[in-house]
Write a protein that binds this ligand. Structure first.
Ligand code: C5P
Length: 308
């Protein structure tokens, strides 16, 4: 029997512990300063070499396209075109990461395809080459390709700086995901409109200077290293959360419901709508999870995840 060349891979999610939008870029994207954390909520991606010269994709979620519209498909296509790969690949994705939740599931799947095909076909491409390809696909893909647990992202989000955080540092989170998703580009469009209003003085928003931002990220880093969760909670920041809460009633309702349960420090990841809390250990996370599941299971999906 012919052997089948196949790989089964984990494709993790991310949270943004910090996200400020510094302005509009000439390419239409936004200049960001963000702090990524890789977490243990994972999709599964199986890659199999096929004899036909094509990319075949399937996914167990109806919300995910199975054709060239899927970023994972585009990752396979980019890799094949860039390096003249003739072999075909079958990509099978099993989703756990909520689609359109602000946790980078699609970007992660694309990164997993880049890393996996590199192994499957023995291509021996270096990490910087893969990061370069990742940045041609989307803003969060490079972080997942980098293999880092934490990183600072600048530019569109893909100019990464590694941070040295001891392996013993592991945060626990409970994630609250409303059943409706949000398109990232819609949030940035709303943000731009809000910023225009603020320039005419009708909707003032705090603008952090670069110095203040860098200072905040440095403090966040030291809180992480020292395990000071109380102060960490004060420094976790997402510039997009205000506009998302203002514009999407289901997010503000969920936030109110969670506050009523006594969760004081609620944060948002990426462009939302996922809200999350930071917990000091697994036991505490389990208590938060149980409480939310008992009271809000009709309003949101609840997950536990830790730094991966
Ligand atoms: O790069 P990615 O596909 O993840 O981005 C999705 C959308 O989010 C973009 O089409 C763009 O509208 C917006 N975006 C942005 N600036 C960034 C990242 C994303 O405007 N730095």
């Amino acid at each position: 029997m012919a052997s089948v060349n196949s790989l089964l891979l984990s494709s993790p999610a991310k949270l943004n512990l910090y996200l400020d939008v510094l302005g509009r870029r000439p390419d239409g994207y936004h200049e960001l300063l963000t702090f990524f954390e890789r977490i243990s909520l994972c999709d599964t991606v199986r890659l199999t070499e096929i004899q036909t010269d094509e990319i075949v994709l399937s996914c167990d979620s109806r919300l995910v396209p199975s054709d060239a519209a899927n970023l994972a498909w585009q990752a396979a296509d980019l890799l094949r075109r860039s390096f003249g790969v003739k072999k075909g690949v079958k990509i099978e994705i099993q989703k756990q990461i909520p689609v359109g939740g602000g946790m980078g599931g699609g970007s992660s799947n694309a990164a997993t395809v880049l890393l996996g095909m590199n192994r499957l076909f023995g291509m021996r491409l270096s990490r910087p080459v893969l990061v370069d390809l990742a940045n041609r696909l989307g803003s969060d893909v490079a972080f997942f390709v980098s293999g880092r647990r934490f990183a600072i992202g600048r530019g569109r989000g893909g100019d990464l700086t590694g941070v040295s955080i001891p392996p013993r540092v592991r945060l626990w989170h409970v994630l609250f995901v409303p059943p409706k998703n949000i398109m990232t580009k819609d949030v940035y469009a709303l943000f731009d409109r809000g910023s225009q209003r603020s320039r005419t003085g009708r909707n003032p928003r705090e603008t952090l200077t670069l110095t203040k931002n860098n200072e905040n990220v440095n403090i966040l880093l030291s809180c992480l290293k020292e395990g000071d969760l109380r102060f960490l909670n004060r420094k976790i920041y997402n510039r997009l959360s205000e506009i998302v809460i203002e514009s999407y009633g289901f997010v503000s309702e969920l936030r109110t419901d969670l506050s009523k349960l006594g969760f004081k420090w609620l944060h948002m990841s990426g462009s939302g709508p996922t809200l999350f809390v930071v917990c000091k250990d697994q036991k505490y996370a389990q208590r938060v999870y149980d409480k939310a599941r008992a009271r809000l299971s009709d309003k949101c999906h609840v997950f536990i995840a830790a730094t991966l």
